[in-house]
Ligand binder design. Sequence first.
Ligand code: AMP
Length: 543
Amino acid sequence: MYGNMMFQPLLISGLIEHAQTYHADTAIILKNTNGTITETTWGDIAQNSKRFANYLKTLNLAASDRVATIAWNNHRHLETWYAVSGSGLICHTINPRLFPEQLSFIINDADDQVLIFDKTFVNLVLSIKDSIPQVKQFICLDAYDADIAQIFPDIQFYDDLIQPQSEQFEWAKLDENSASSLCYTSGTTGNPKGVLYSHRSTVLHSYASCLPDSFCLSANDRVLPVVPMFHVNAWGTPYAAAMVGASLVLPGPMLDGTSLVNLIDDFQVTTALGVPTIWQGLLNAAQTLGSQLSSLKRNVVGGAACPPSMIKTFKEKYQCETIHAWGMTETSPMGVINQLKAKHAQLDDAAQDQLRLSQGRPPYGVQLRLCEQENGTTEIARDGRSVGNLQIKGHWIVDTYFGQDRTALTTDGWFDTGDIATLDQDGYMNIADRSKDLIKSGGEWISSVELENIAIAHPDIDMVAVIAATHLKWDERPVLIAKKSAHGAVTEQDLLDYYHNKIAKWQIPDKVIFVDAIPIGGTGKILKKDLREMYGSVLLETE
Ligand code: AMP
């Protein structure tokens, strides 16, 4: 041995320690559910997270026990994140928009021991409480509220819990490969699957997301993660911001265009991240309010394909660079980001605009390939034209889903994304289609299988298929294609009513189309691709 570098495990606690030590006075601003603004700092966030970690210690949880959160993007939620992961527990963020039965399924599958939630979700939690018996502790992320205490006898209030605790805490000394957080993805068939992130994968993902050719984050930025903390950890921005000491603006539940424009203008946001539907709302509001969005340097658009017109409007009207990105729950989520290279500066505007439509190219730490078949190993050309099954590997890509003992990877160690794409020589990737048939409505998944299972149970129905139809506001909405049984007399309204109380309201299809026959392929499967071609624009025609 001629010498060596010191080894320090890559731990999430290191991120909050860094923010506390070197960026203590950097502002964290948030919009409360009642519309008021609270201003705090990385220093206060760190102190409160240590207080909460001291409280968690009193619960005597075992290492890697799951602590769940159902909360919007706010400061207390941020504190609990760092406290839970820093204590060696796993922070399980849950989407409150799920139907109560889905919530209970996920909480039970994860075997969550503690449930932390915003005040606004008290009734939701009460409605599922009896179905999640293993949860030992219910914590409302707020100050004491007598009315809530009365209807929810064993509830604890976050502010009361942390108030008596010390702001000194020694973070758990962990293996960097230990799990830090958990997010569930929607499955095409059956139930959602949990993706477990590790301390190491999270820290490496943070490094990569701050790079100039990624989200380009620094201590000079004020970042607005519109994407919720329960959606792939707000794309990792709360970790990345701590890493570089960026200021955060947390929007709470107010994600409408007007609220976002006001937050951007009032607090001089430089970088904002969200799904395309969010930006559509924001552009409409900026126009109505006459805002120039003058502080906004860049906005990151991912989760669904970004329409070309949106990139153009941000650039020409607001001098804001729109960064298109692609990722998934299984990829932490950053897979590719669209930033041009030096050689592209010579291209004319039209050619640059064309390149900007791609979802982007991988940062260091991610590798991509296209294969002939789903989960296959035979690679196809990276010529920008050939279409194949997109596979990915890297430091922050899933290996095995939570609770499963078999890897999710191909025989040679790649993760098949289920997306169909092209790749060029520089790694610029274009999503051509999704092999999955999930419907992505306003950034949220709706399972077509779940909707089909309900409709097919109707006595007057013979066969059904649910497809994603393009929608101007929500990107996609479900449309039900149905074949009636011989003497079936069911109407469109009957079928739509049939969904009530079976799934959440926003998941109910927008339209029912009755047909004489549903196309079937050689293997007996419904040809959804054909149906999408026939009916995919049906909601545009009626708008
Ligand atoms: P989720 O796990 O909910 O984040 O969904 C991941 C899926 O969203 C991917 O597999 C893609 O099908 C889709 N997706 C994400 N980003 C984009 C994008 N920029 N363009 C098109 N589809 C996208």
